[in-house]
Design a protein around this ligand. Structure first.
Ligand code: NAD
Length: 491
């Protein structure tokens, strides 16, 4: 079996006492690699190394332009090793190679974007109401950033955290998920090759309640950038009461895709399929609730029901595969229980719903479409994080908005219509962080990404993010040659 290591204070190492766990290939359920399980002691050591690198040595004395050059070099190395990391991610999480190849290479664009922003972080000057005083602010890094990522889209989620954190001059401890950490542990080699001063980037993996909890509650951590599920996020928020760390939370979603009769229906069907079956539905922005106007409901569902069974299910490393296995057995069991409860509550399976024939080993699930009687059945209300689409009907724009906003989440929404005024009315009323009109699941480093409500708070991507990794220092300079007056002498 392959063996991976932690990366702490510029060195590769095993976890204390050799603590480790096996990673399983989700397409076979067989162990294929041994991963280090960072202990509380390893995590503490990583944070202390990051704090030392923040306070002394080369990193704090670099110019912002020099920091940017490190990120540019890292971007080049990500491009060089993109295929290696894509294959590791596919092997370790079951995400199909078509997706991991594209996304891993594209993650380099995020590092490049933040490389360019490093020396564009600016303070302000002020017209203060004190005539002899010059007043300005400087933007300074926060300190040690704890970046915690889940198992899906790991390099992308790493880039949106490390890019702005390092551009702004912070140091980082990155915790990869205990499910599928292989690509991030390879990424540690690229960090090392880039030549960052030791301790600037530390990369660990291990169990959440042990190393995740110690990391996010650590007294030397100033900022937590967390992506994962809402229940875990509640622990992270409680942990931040220990260190008052600034926190961004990028959590789950139950995003609606709304299709009106005036839409190009072929394009809308492609958007819906891409939104829910792309990435095997294991995407935080999955378009998992389809809202169809009454006039097109039956025909549109029939169109999808014809397409879904033709999607090619297969081993994730096969470039022809369109839907692969789910990342863990735990996840498959959870989705099957959501489907069973929904059917018991009156939902109808239009297509799919079970294990595809010939795929009895591994965590495979058929692309599934469920017609739901109301918004409160589990398949509509809960994030499945798999290839499961729930369909509801609406009569007019107001009802579409009501249904779209009737969720505890607030990540993305899709609208398919050829009526631009309607699109603008809908955009105004949708309570979410992203709206895609006549498209779906598009991202770019230059555009903020994130959501509202249970999807969390804060944004990743875009120029403002880099400021989220800084704080201001206000500076007051007295320009008068007059000595300061004695404060205790009345005039
Ligand atoms: P998860 O919440 O189980 O785990 C996420 C990370 O948190 C892991 O690294 C885990 O080890 C760590 N963790 C667990 N317990 C912890 C604790 N007590 N303290 C600190 N860290 C702890 O999530 P998952 O199952 O790996 O990922 C799926 C979830 O992530 C879904 O809800 C999905 O929607 C969400 N997600 C969101 C985005 C986004 O950008 N908003 C992107 C991808 C995934």
């Amino acid at each position: 079996m392959e063996k991976f290591q932690l990366y702490i204070d510029g060195e590769f190492c095993d976890a204390e006492g050799g603590a480790s766990f096996n990673s399983c290939d989700p397409s076979t359920d067989e162990p294929w690699a041994v991963m280090p399980a960072a202990t509380m002691g390893d995590t503490d050591r990583a944070v202390k190394a990051a704090w030392a690198a923040f306070c002394e040595g080369e990193w704090p004395s670099l110019t912002a332009t020099q920091r940017g050059k490190y990120l540019s070099k890292l971007a080049d190395l990500v491009v060089r090793d993109a295929q290696i990391m894509a294959e590791l991610e596919t092997r370790d999480t079951g995400k199909i190679i078509r997706e991991t190849s594209g996304m891993t290479a594209y993650a380099s664009e995020y590092f490049r974007y933040y490389a360019g922003l490093a020396d564009k972080i600016e303070g302000s000057t002020f017209q203060a109401d004190k005539p002899t005083l010059e007043v300005f602010t400087k933007r300074e890094p926060l300190g040690v950033v704890a970046a915690v990522v889940p198992w899906n889209s790991q390099l992308f989620l790493t880039a949106v955290k490390l890019g702005p954190a390092l551009a702004a001059g912070n140091t980082v401890v990155l915790k990869a998920s205990e499910d599928g950490p292989a690509p991030i542990l390879h990424f540690a080699k690229l960090v090392h090759e880039t030549g960052f001063p030791k301790g600037v980037v530390n990369i660990i993996t291990g169990y959440g309640p042990e190393c995740g909890a110690v990391l996010t509650a650590h007294s030397l951590v100033s900022r937590v950038a967390f992506t994962g599920g809402p229940e875990t996020a509640k622990h992270v928020v409680r942990n931040s009461a220990e260190n008052f760390a600034l926190t961004t939370l990028e959590l789950g979603g139950k995003s609606p895709v709304i299709v009106f009769p005036d839409a190009n229906l072929e394009s809308a069907a492609n958007g819906v399929i891409a939104g829910i079956f792309g990435g095997t539905g294991q995407s935080c922005v999955a378009g998992s609730r389809l809202l169809l106007h009454n006039d097109i409901h039956d025909d549109f569902v029939a169109r999808l029901a014809e397409r879904a069974p033709k999607i090619k299910i297969g081993p994730p490393l096969d470039t022809k595969t369109e839907v692969g296995p789910l990342a863990t057995k735990r996840q498959k069991d959870n989705i099957e229980s959501i489907i069973a409860d929904s059917v018991a509550a009156g939902a109808t399976i239009v297509t799919g719903g079970g294990t595809p024939s010939g795929f009895n080993t591994g965590n495979y699930l058929e692309p599934t479409i469920i017609s739901a009687p109301s918004p409160d059945v589990r398949c509509v209300a809960e994030e499945c994080f798999g290839p499961v689409l729930s369909v509801l009907k609406f009569n007019d724009e107001d009802e579409a908005i009501r249904l779209a906003n009737d969720t505890r989440y607030g990540f993305a929404s899709g609208i398919f219509t050829s009526n631009i005024t309607r699109a603008h009315r809908m955009i105004r009323k949708l309570r979410c962080g992203i709206v895609w009109v006549n498209t779906y699941r598009v991202v770019s480093p230059v555009v903020p990404f994130g959501g509202n409500k249970l999807t969390g708070h804060g944004r990743e991507g875009g120029m403002d993010t880099v400021l989220d990794y800084t704080r201001t220092k206000s500076v007051w300079i007295n320009t008068s040659d007059e000595p300061m007056a004695d404060p205790f002498v009345m005039r």
